[in-house]
Write a protein that binds this ligand. Structure first.
Ligand code: FE2
Length: 200
């Protein structure tokens, strides 16, 4: 299989004012598309052709940096678009997921605080995450295109803290972007779906 740029699950202006049309035009149409195009070129002759995206990400980590960076970012961004929705965010969290957040992450308020802190303290480009690791929810951060998959976890929520994700709308105010992501954008139903699949 080759990588394919997915359509956004909503119009480009649907997340405004928290994430603008201009940001999504650059971030999805140009940046994500470049990961797909470059990833497909690097996939050829890598020995990982025909594998699933998850297998390419895991199989190239530590072995083929060029392919890993682009495949990792394709995986991360494909989920990132689905981790947001218009009128998302806030505390409307499905019951089973909320119970797990309460038991593993110290409650919703503490989870939000730690998630923002992970994103703010990721030096340079990267991502902050909620992942399932050994049956528990954990909050982590990774540099560049890395994600919890290559550290034995399953991502259930991630936020892109590369400047291309927020500089047009928030300039250098990464904490404000992360807070807006949690308060107004997160698609908790999609997080719950991934959490349920990871918990089987
Ligand atoms: Fe990005």
């Amino acid at each position: 299989m080759s990588f394919k740029l997915p359509d956004l699950p909503y119009p480009h202006d649907a997340l405004a004012p928290y994430m603008s049309r201009e940001t999504l035009e650059y971030h999805h149409d140009k940046h994500h598309n470049a990961y797909v195009t470059t990833g497909n070129k690097l996939l050829e002759g890598s020995g990982l052709e025909g594998k699933s995206l998850e297998e390419v990400v895991k199989g190239s980590f530590g072995k083929n940096a060029g392919l890993f960076n682009n495949a990792g970012q394709h995986y991360n961004h494909t989920h990132f678009w689905k981790w947001m929705k218009p009128n998302g965010g806030g505390d409307k969290i499905p019951a089973k997921l909320k119970a797990k957040i309460d038991s593993d992450l110290g409650g919703v308020a503490k989870m939000k605080e730690d998630f923002v802190q992970a994103g703010v303290t990721q030096f340079g480009s990267g991502w902050c995450w909620i992942a399932v690791q050994n049956g528990k929810l954990v909050i982590t951060k990774t540099p560049n295109g890395e994600n919890p998959l290559v550290h034995g976890g399953t991502p259930v929520l991630g936020c892109d803290v590369w400047e291309h994700s927020y500089y047009i709308d928030y300039r250098n105010r990464r904490p404000d972007y992360l807070k807006a992501f949690l308060d107004h954008l997160v698609n908790w139903e999609y997080v719950e779906e991934l959490f349920a699949a990871a918990s089987k």
